[in-house]
Design a protein. Structure first.
Length: 216
């Protein structure tokens, strides 16, 4: 039988400690980071965030007012900078028009309603929407990504099903505990970058006792 999700979380926590995800001084900064890190390393997204900060553009109103060419330059380090500038504008316009520039006000909306609204915005897919919901707004919306599929597949979960099915499995197992959900997503990413890479580095892996895919 495959290791339970609760035990997996305990083992990864024991190995890596508290991941303290997601870095960001404000919910808006976390949301901007979730958009900028799409198809980009966090290091490159961080450079863009610093550019936005030092130019005084890291707020919904300032981003809406920012000329497109200037915004593209500010986020160039994240790659796909033209699209991402457009996505940031659209997200900021949403925060300005629907929540009077205040992301705290988003917290008054039911999660599913908010998720549907986020998914209607350009450049916001399920992974980004759930990253915003979980890490910026503290909602029980587990983030499923390629690392989740890789690790759970190797741990014997077989065909995991579609995004929402996997998300529901984590939500059920973790009983919608937000801290556990945010930690486990982060720890899976950390573990897949550290040990369970595309070609896994199994010797010394903290999960080797429970992993049917371990290599000698
Ligand atoms: S034992 Fe190997 S395949 Fe299994 S989780 Fe660890 S690194 Fe991945």
């Amino acid at each position: 039988m495959a290791v339970t999700i609760v035990r997996l979380l305990a083992m990864l926590r024991h190995e890596y400690g508290d991941p303290h995800w997601w870095p960001g001084d404000t919910p808006f900064e976390v949301a901007v980071g979730a958009i900028l890190t799409q198809r980009a390393s966090w290091r490159n997204a961080e450079i863009s965030i610093q550019n936005l900060k030092s130019s005084g553009r890291l707020s919904p109103g300032a981003l809406v007012a920012c000329p497109v060419a200037e915004l593209e330059e500010l986020v160039r380090s994240s790659g796909f900078f033209r699209q991402k500038a457009r996505y940031l504008k659209a997200f900021s316009e949403f925060v300005v028009s629907a929540f009077d520039e205040d992301m705290e006000r988003m917290k008054t909306r039911p999660t599913e309603e908010l998720r549907d609204e986020l998914l209607e915005l350009p450049g916001i897919g399920r992974e980004t929407a759930d990253s915003i919901l979980l890490y910026a707004l503290g909602r029980a919306s587990f983030v499923v990504d390629a690392y989740t599929y890789r690790l759970m597949g190797r741990l014997g979960y077989g065909q995991l099903g579609d995004y929402e099915t996997v998300q529901a499995m984590f939500r059920r197992s973790l009983r919608s505990r937000v801290k556990d959900m945010s930690d486990l997503h982060a720890l899976i990413v950390i573990h897949c970058k550290d040990k369970c890479r595309r070609i896994p580095d199994c010797p010394g892996c903290v999960l080797d006792r429970v992993c049917p895919s371990k290599r000698k």
